[in-house]
Design a protein around this ligand. Structure first.
Ligand code: SPV
Ligand code: MG
Length: 286
């Protein structure tokens, strides 16, 4: 597996696709779009807490433990050599987080993203749900420092995810946190938003870069999905994560197939929603 650090030096933008099964990993690795100008591929996969909870029929509130998610990731790594970015949720307290970092490193994960919520974490795309809290800056810095001092290889990256724009902390708080988290040893920053317009993400990026920061900046444009990759690059963003698209597309198709079989009392009508068996067999034989 190529290190994410190396890729960040050689690519203008890292394109990362969510993968919640080994098959998703294969799809991420083999997907390709060729045009006269360029060939586009994915550079890494995102191991999403939302997807890992959803496929187990659970809510995204840290009820699926890292050991169970890591076991599944081992199987993905058997068939997919793209670097893995692991969504660590809040990481628990600093002792729990640094132990998880050890396990992730040993497993061959390239990077983890840890978010600065504490306690009752809900999925950020639900917005500012009451009961959620952001960690005090010094507390989260301790978590980052503690994990960075315990990590073994210099390749492994810990990216700090800032939730100020989700939880109402505002732009200045987000920028302050970015500065402090980098000073505490974070290898990059993820800034998140659940709004449908990218304005606050672009404002953050512009202010972050004009303050002289050169650290990698990661975004997850699920709700503000009209923004394109060229615009992200121009804004100084280094990594784009398509965080749930294989989950949501397969969920939609599976529901339609189940309903179609019930409606028609046979499986002929849902065939167009399914990959032909011959293609599935050929895909896995290769
Ligand atoms: C995830 O994919 O689990 C994430 C990104 O954390 S988001 O769902 O947008 O919070
Ligand atoms: Mg998550």
């Amino acid at each position: 597996m190529q290190s994410l650090r190396d890729l960040l030096h050689t690519r203008r933008l890292l394109r990362v696709l969510e993968a919640h099964t080994p098959l998703c990993g294969l799809i991420a690795q083999t997907a390709e779009f060729k045009s006269e100008k360029a060939t586009r591929k994915f550079d890494a996969v995102w191991s999403s807490s939302l997807s890992d909870a959803t496929i187990r029929g659970k809510p995204d509130i840290e009820v699926v433990d890292h050991s169970s998610r890591l076991l599944a990731l081992h199987e993905l790594m058997d068939v997919c050599t793209l670097p893995i970015m692991y969504d660590c949720d809040t990481g628990g307290n600093h002792l729990q987080f640094r132990n998880t970092v050890r396990s992730l490193e040993r497993a061959g994960v390239a990077a983890t993203i840890v978010e600065d919520k504490v306690g009752f974490k809900q999925n950020s795309l639900k917005g500012n749900v009451p009961g959620q809290r952001q960690a005090p800056i010094d507390e989260f810095c301790t978590k980052l420092q503690s994990a960075k001092t315990r990590q073994r290889s210099s390749d492994f990256m810990i990216i700090a995810r800032i939730e100020s724009l989700v939880l109402g902390g505002g732009m200045e708080d987000a920028l302050l946190r970015a500065r402090e988290y980098l000073r505490a040893g974070a290898d990059g920053i993820m800034i998140h938003s659940y709004h449908t317009e990218p304005n606050e993400i672009l404002e953050f990026s512009q202010k972050f870069r004009s303050s002289g920061e050169s650290a990698p900046l990661v975004v997850v444009p699920t709700t503000y999905n009209l923004i394109d990759e060229d615009t992200l690059v121009k804004a100084g963003i280094n990594v784009v994560i398509y965080a749930n698209h294989l989950l949501r597309s397969s969920h939609k198709a599976m529901k339609q197939v189940a309903a179609s079989i019930l409606q028609y009392g046979r499986a002929a009508e849902c065939e167009e929603l399914c990959t032909p068996i011959s293609e599935i067999i050929r895909y896995l034989d290769d």
